[in-house]
Ligand binder design. Structure first.
Ligand SMILES: CSCCC(=O)/C(O)=C/O
Ligand SMILES: [Fe+2]
Length: 178
């Protein structure tokens, strides 16, 4: 895992966009984004049990596995959104980037590879993209039914109770201490 401020320059979303300014694991944790390295699935099972996850599936995001819909899927994942549930992603193979918003709405890019596990809190605005290798295989863990419901950013979603709770409980506290 490597995290850094996104450089905001134009160019393909799959390029690194590394500003050269690193972001620490502590900084991510202050935003409610938790990272673990899990060399074996037992570590994943322990985290899932502790946090009450009941379901999981595996997704492969690549032109080989998705065919004609690959580019549309990548565009969809890259639209800024939130979820009403916490989400865990465990990388089984390949690489990709999760971008999350900091306190001042700046993007932080989190580069993930095999054995990396990330927990994103409910209500955080984020997006995902493959990198230039166009290949990632990940385990998706769900607290309840295995559904992936993105709520794309907009005035209405800003007022979503899960968003408001995240802003009050996590984002404002993070801004106060950082
Ligand atoms: C590598 S997992 C596919 C993307 C995804 O599950 C997600 O939640 C994007 O926001
Ligand atoms: Fe998401």
């Amino acid at each position: 895992m490597k995290a850094y401020w996104y450089d905001n320059t134009p160019g393909d979303q799959r390029e690194p966009h590394d500003s050269g300014r690193a972001v620490s694991e502590d900084k991510l944790a202050s935003l409610g984004v938790l990272y673990h390295n899990c060399p074996s699935v037992e570590g994943v099972d322990a985290i899932a049990k502790e946090r009450g996850y009941k379901n999981r599936d595996t997704i492969c995001v690549s032109p080989q596995s998705m065919g004609d819909v690959y580019e549309d899927k990548v565009k969809m994942f890259f639209a800024e959104h939130l979820h009403e549930d916490e989400e865990i992603r465990y990388i089984l193979d390949g690489e990709g980037y999760f971008d999350v918003r900091g306190e001042e709405d700046e993007w932080i890019r989190i580069e993930l590879a095999k054995d990396d596990l990330i927990i994103l809190p409910a209500g955080i605005y984020h997006r995902f993209t493959t990198n230039e290798q166009n290949y990632i295989k990940a385990m998706r863990l769900f607290q309840d039914e295995p559904k992936w419901t993105p709520l794309n950013r907009g005035a209405e979603v800003d007022l979503n109770p899960h968003r408001k709770n995240y802003v009050e409980a996590t984002l404002k506290r993070s801004a106060a201490v950082n």
